[in-house]
Design a protein around this ligand. Structure first.
Ligand SMILES: *Cc1c(COP(=O)(O)O)cnc(C)c1O
Ligand SMILES: [Zn+2]
Length: 465
């Protein structure tokens, strides 16, 4: 695939300017709006049916066919094949979970967990990073940077360390990052800058630094990242034998994932590759609920690209004046200024979407259910299951609906939150969870103490049944 079949395009309906792929941009130079990647589909050899992509399983020795992202390269057609940077991302699994179906309240067999924790760096971010990193290579970047609540930095750092192609700089808010994630950035050799502030502060700074120092920016304002993340939906469809589910439920932070999913379905429908589009539910944590406020409370809509920008900017100005800060145990979605807000509004329109907010208590309870009934996940991912349960209880999801919840991050990413939920360590519980309003642990699996004595140990086991 050559670069001539794809280009960058301003998201704003009134601007709509286009730019070549060779330009490194993080927004439209004319109006400042987000950029999208657009394709001239009639020049791309897209298979006539999605089923044809399955044939690539037989040529897995080709790294592009092995990749769960680039197997679908005709649908992400911006990179020449010899310039694609892949590390085997996207080997993920769609698990049918009877116990989570019961918890959510849908019919047995109807609840699916898409476990993106199986990616090389342990989160869905690798789907997008392979695309952004590829584009960075295409434009000859020597160094790349991101701000992160942890998973973006882990992902960028592992692409840099495995390919040896780029110097990497990551900005994290101090004290705001789960240890599993911080340990990755450090271990993979990224220059890690801990900013005194939160994610929203770190993102503002990294944008300035990239501008000043000519560094390639890999946050999800980067439109190429979202192209890679479309593949999560292709794999979900593939695992369902190309049948479209009724619901996709995804946690919302910076809203890159939800935006990418909407774009994936919009394009598949336009290409005639799917008969209809599933509904999308984006789930905020209650302590970081900007999208919920703007979409559900204030009724803001995509409106064919004619968004009410003054209203949305006013919302953020007020947030600044009141110094409102995001706060949730689900640190991956602890974001108050989602950069992809407008793209997400488009996705919600395309997918007849809904947005919900869930408290940390529900997030952690759902997370415990995911662990007990499957591969487990990090706190943010639990929001999708908590959100599905809420939508079911509101009658918006029906028991007969087929529901796919995206588990965005690996179980081991945030051991502190998990241990705080399950263990008897009251001090840890207080400082990790009680401060977030989590007071109950109905699914806590307490470790039991036993003397170092055979009979005592057997008694303890019997007492637990
Ligand atoms: C990044 C991330 C999210 C949020 O995704 P967005 O695309 O920013 O909305 C959710 N969960 C995990 C585990 C993440 O790493
Ligand atoms: Zn523009």
């Amino acid at each position: 695939m050559s670069s001539e079949v794809a280009f960058q395009k301003c998201l704003s309906a009134s601007c709509g300017s286009t730019y070549s792929l060779t330009e490194t941009l993080t927004g439209c130079p004319k109006c400042g709006e987000l950029l999208d990647i657009a394709y001239e589909w009639d020049k791309i050899p897209v298979p006539a049916s999605l089923k044809e992509f399955e044939q690539r399983w037989s040529s897995r020795q080709n790294p592009l066919d092995f990749s769960g992202v680039w197997r679908f390269r005709e649908l992400i057609a911006f990179a020449p094949e010899d310039q694609i940077a892949t590390i085997g991302e996207g080997q993920t699994i769609l698990q049918n979970s009877p116990s989570v179906a019961k918890y959510v309240g849908v019919d047995d067999g109807n609840l699916f967990l898409q476990y993106e924790g199986l990616n090389p760096s342990g989160s869905f971010k690798d789907n997008g990073m392979t695309a952004a990193f590829t584009h960075a290579g295409m434009v000859g970047a020597k160094s790349a940077a991101c701000a992160s609540t942890g998973n973006t930095s882990a992902s960028l750092a592992v692409y840099a360390s495995t390919t040896g192609k780029m110097k990497v700089l990551v900005f994290v808010g101090s004290g705001k990052i789960a240890y599993g994630k911080l340990s990755q950035a450090l271990d993979y050799g990224a220059l890690t800058v801990q900013i005194q502030g939160d994610f929203d502060d770190a993102l503002l700074r990294v944008r300035e630094v990239c501008q000043e120092m000519g560094i390639y920016l890999c946050n999800s304002v980067n439109p190429f990242r979202l192209e890679g993340q479309k593949s999560i939906m292709y794999r979900v469809l593939e695992a369902m034998q190309w049948e479209v589910p009724d619901w996709i439920v995804v946690p919302g932070g910076n809203l890159g994932n939800s935006s990418a999913f909407g774009k994936a379905f919009m394009e598949l429908k336009e290409l005639g590759l799917i008969p209809h589009i599933p509904r999308l539910a984006v789930i905020n944590a209650q302590g970081a609920n900007t999208l919920y406020d703007i979409y559900e409370s204030e009724g803001q809509r995509w409106n064919d690209g004619q968004t009410e920008n003054d209203h949305i900017e006013g919302y953020f100005d007020e947030m600044t004046r009141e110094n409102r800060r995001a706060s949730t145990v689900a640190t991956a979605i602890e974001i108050n200024r989602p950069v992809n807000l407008k793209k997400c509004l488009r996705a919600l329109e395309v997918c007849d979407g809904v947005v919900r907010e869930v408290p940390d208590q529900d997030i952690l309870d759902a997370k415990a259910q995911v662990g007990a009934g499957g591969f487990g996940c990090e706190p943010a991912s639990g929001a999708s299951v908590a959100g599905a349960k809420l939508l079911r209880s509101q009658g918006i999801i029906a028991p007969s609906d087929r529901v796919v919840c995206i588990l965005t991050g690996h179980q081991l990413k945030d051991p502190t939150a998990t241990v705080a939920y399950h263990s008897n360590d009251q001090e840890l519980f207080e400082k990790t969870l009680a401060v977030r309003g989590v007071h109950n642990t109905p699914f806590g699996n307490r470790p039991v103490q036993a003397e170092n004595d055979l009979q005592a140990i057997m008694d303890v086991i019997k007492a637990r049944g």
